[in-house]
Design a protein around this ligand. Structure first.
Ligand code: CP
Ligand code: NVA
Length: 301
C-alpha cells in the first residue's frame, strides 16, 4: 500500500517516534560523514504554489544526500490542466511527490490520483513536516519525554498550530494556543485532537495564564501566505500578542523560543527574543533537512 504523509494523523504514535529516532540517526551520520544513499536513482517531484526557502532547499538537498534527485514544478495548480491529470502524469516519472499548495484538498487529490507517496509540504490547513523537525529540536533541548512539557503557541490559530494540535493527538504534549478572539484554529481539528490527546490542548486569549509554566514559547507570522491583503488589519489585532521579553518572562525561566520561520522581526517577535541564547529557531530550520530525509527514506524506499 502507498503511504502518504499529509497529516500527522496519518501516523501512529510509534511511527512518529520511529521517524524522530531515524531523523536523529541521519543527522548523526551526516555529521560523521557516513553516507546514506537510501534512495539511489529515485526522483522527487516538488510542486510549489507558494514561496519557500527552507522547504524547497531541504527537500532538494535531502534527496541529493539520499542519492536521488529532485525536480521543481513552480506552478499554480488547476490552471493549465486538472490536478488529477497532473498527478497521473507525475506518477509515470517520479517515485514521490512533495506539494505545497493553497488548498488542502489539492494535496489530497494528488495523493488520490497518483500511485506514488505524497508528502504535504504546507497547505492552508496543515504543515506536518515543520512539526516533525520542531519536535526533533525540542527533544534535543528538553529530552524525549513530551508528557512533562508545555508548549505555548502565541499567535494565529493557523496551519502550523493545527499540525501541533495533531502532534498532541499522538504524543502526550501539553499544548496551549494563545490567540486573539476570532483568530482561533479550526474547531474540528482541535476537537478531533482533544478526543485523542493524552495531554491537555487549551485555547485561550489570555497571555499570562496561557504562557505560564511553558517550557517553550512558539510563534508564527500574523498573516500567512495567501493572507497578504489582511496583513494590515491583522497587525493591529495581533500587536498585544507579540512575543517579547515581557512575554518570555511569563514562561518557565530559560524557556525555549521557537518559530517556524520566516520571522517578521519587530512584529510577532522582537529581535532580542529571536537572537537570545534560548532561541532554537535555526535548530528547527536545520532539522527540516533531517526530519524530511527520514520521511522520504521511509515512504519512497
Ligand atoms: N518554515 C518553512 O516552511 O519555511 P519556508 O516557507 O521557507 O519553506
Ligand atoms: N503559517 C505560515 C507558515 C510559513 C512556514 C504560512 O502559511 O505562511
Amino acid at each position: 500500500m502507498v503511504r502518504d504523509f499529509i497529516s500527522l494523523l496519518d501516523l501512529s504514535t510509534d511511527e512518529i517516534v520511529g521517524l524522530l529516532d531515524f531523523a536523529d540517526l541521519l543527522k548523526k551520520q551526516r555529521k560523521e560523514g557516513i553516507p546514506h544513499r537510501l534512495l539511489e536513482g529515485k526522483t522527487l517531484a516538488m510542486i510549489f504554489e507558494k514561496p519557500s526557502l527552507r522547504t524547497r532547499l531541504t527537500f532538494q538537498i535531502g534527496m541529493f544526500q539520499l542519492g536521488g534527485d529532485a525536480v521543481l514544478i513552480d506552478t499554480q495548480l488547476g490552471q493549465r490542466e486538472s490536478v488529477p491529470d497532473v498527478a497521473r502524469n507525475l506518477e509515470r516519472w517520479v517515485h514521490g511527490i512533495m506539494a505545497r499548495t493553497y488548498k488542502h484538498d489539492d494535496v489530497l487529490a494528488i495523493a488520490q490520483y497518483s500511485s506514488v507517496p505524497v508528502i504535504n509540504a504546507l497547505t492552508d490547513k496543515l504543515h506536518p513536516c515543520q512539526i516533525l523537525a520542531d519536535a526533533q529540536a525540542m527533544r534535543e533541548h528538553l529530552g524525549k519525554d513530551f508528557s512533562s512539557l508545555k508548549l505555548a503557541f502565541v499567535g494565529d490559530g493557523n496551519n502550523v498550530f493545527h499540525s501541533w494540535a495533531e502532534f498532541a493527538a499522538r504524543l502526550p504534549l501539553n499544548l496551549t494556543l494563545v490567540c486573539p478572539p476570532a483568530y482561533g484554529p479550526d474547531p474540528d481539528i482541535v476537537a478531533r485532537a482533544q478526543a485523542d490527546a493524552k495531554g491537555e490542548i487549551v485555547i485561550t486569549h489570555d497571555l499570562e495564564s496561557g504562557v505560564k509554566d511553558a517550557d517553550a514559547v512558539y510563534t508564527d507570522v500574523w498573516a500567512s501566505m495567501g493572507q497578504e491583503e489582511e496583513a494590515k488589519a491583522r497587525e493591529k489585532v495581533f500587536k498585544p500578542y507579540q512575543v517579547n521579553a515581557r512575554v518570555m518572562a511569563m514562561a518557565k525561566p530559560g524557556a525555549l523560543f521557537m518559530h517556524c520561520l520566516p520571522a517578521h522581526r519587530g512584529s510577532e517577535v522582537t529581535n532580542d527574543v529571536m537572537d537570545a541564547p534560548n532561541s532554537i529557531v535555526f535548530d528547527q530550520a536545520e532539522n527540516r533537512l533531517h526530519a524530511q530525509k527520514a520521511i522520504m527514506a521511509t515512504l519512497m524506499k
